[in-house]
Design a protein around this ligand. Sequence first.
Ligand code: NAP
Length: 453
Amino acid sequence: MDFDYDLFVIGAGSGGLAASKRAASYGARVAIAEGEDVGGTCVVRGCVPKKLLVYGSKFSHLYDDAVGYGWKAVKSKFSWPILITNVQKEVHRLSQIHTDLLAKANVELIPQRATLIDPHTVQVGDRQIKAAKILIAVGGEAIKPEIPGIGLSITSREMFLLPKQPKTLVVLGAGYISVEFSGIMQGLGTEVTHLVRGERPLRGFDQDIQDGVYEGMLNHGIKMVPNIELQELKRTKKGIKVIYTQAGELQKLTVDAVLCAIGRAPNVMDLGLEQAGVNLNTNGRFPAIAVDEWSRTNQPHIFAVGDCTDRVNLTPVAIAEGRAFADSEFGNQPRTISHENIASAVFSQPEAASVGLSQAQAESRYGADNVKVYRAKFRPMYHSFTGKPEKVMVKLVLEAHSEKVLGVHMVGDQAAEIIQGMAIAVKMGATKRDFDATIGIHPSTAEEFVTLR
Ligand code: NAP
């Protein structure tokens, strides 16, 4: 068969961009199709704009904190349109950089949505393109619960584009996105009510992370409402009426906006997967593209990476999967990536980060008697003069006999920056003795990890 390209990539997000450039670097003829801005969720409507909003939201806390350090109290005024415009400008700048990098790498960008029409052919606009290999890297999209009036709510996609700052906001959900946006909006001056269907947000993280973030959010003035079930949203003259039950009792609350952050589903609809004979994995929370450790689907020349495969849904994982695919298929260096011990951070306020097993996961894998835990919770030195009840939590989870570190967990400022280094130690199989043999940096929060008793 005559092919137009050696590789056709569907989706120019983190995974697709990394894979296409790496494949082209080996001399492959590569095209990439994207129906929205180049950069995908992370650059355009996820990690990057979110982190910028987190930075923006922290100034209100800094102004408060400065008083104890002798600075005169300031009453500064925040402008939502300035922040949102600057964030959008930065997103477009970065998207353009990624577009330029594709051209430099000799990857042809086709700025349109692509669908599969048979195992070797994609339809893009009125063009039918044949490729020897196809990589699907189409990411995921936020979902909403099916209740009356849910159309009145928004998702994180729209949060970055709101023309006006809501004075009052309900956040629904219990994952990364929900806690991150609660912190952002509270810091920017919005009154936030966070509705959680369970006891705590961040289920799956170590219990001390769940508790630390929950307490911190309460201390920051976010109204946390656990054990709820959302029933209905209604438009009223005063805003959006949120009707929910808590412990069986009907509750009502009217706010300017409702953010739904209850999870993201792989973008597997309307992609032509059936025409191409690509199987889905339906064992998870959402149908996802089924792949093996090589990111190969049941069609030997069709691959998928990133959130559309619903393995570990994080940008650096999609990039690593994309590069491993390209090295294997075009670089003559077959390799897979490990999905074990991947560090991740939640940019909540307080921040949290983790690598490895939670205490509960370690106990269920090794048995409670074979797990040892070291933990400290303390007021960080920075808050000596702020009068705030902020706490830092650091925790090591060990295999009791060998004292091998199975998990490292932290809640507090700079948790993401600190845990990145810890991840190297965990990946290398460090023991508590290795941690203890490391001299701390004083005074710092990170030194607690090498002095835990
Ligand atoms: P998520 O992490 O999948 O969490 C959503 C949570 O919302 C669920 O785990 C569930 O928790 C709760 N939920 C589900 N259905 C609900 C319902 N009907 N009503 C109320 N609550 C409900 O989702 P996300 O926060 O939207 O994040 C999506 C993905 O983006 C994640 O896979 C994450 O990896 C990625 N992400 C990562 C970062 C980061 O690395 N910092 C930041 C943002 C997003 P319970 O079952 O406990 O109620």
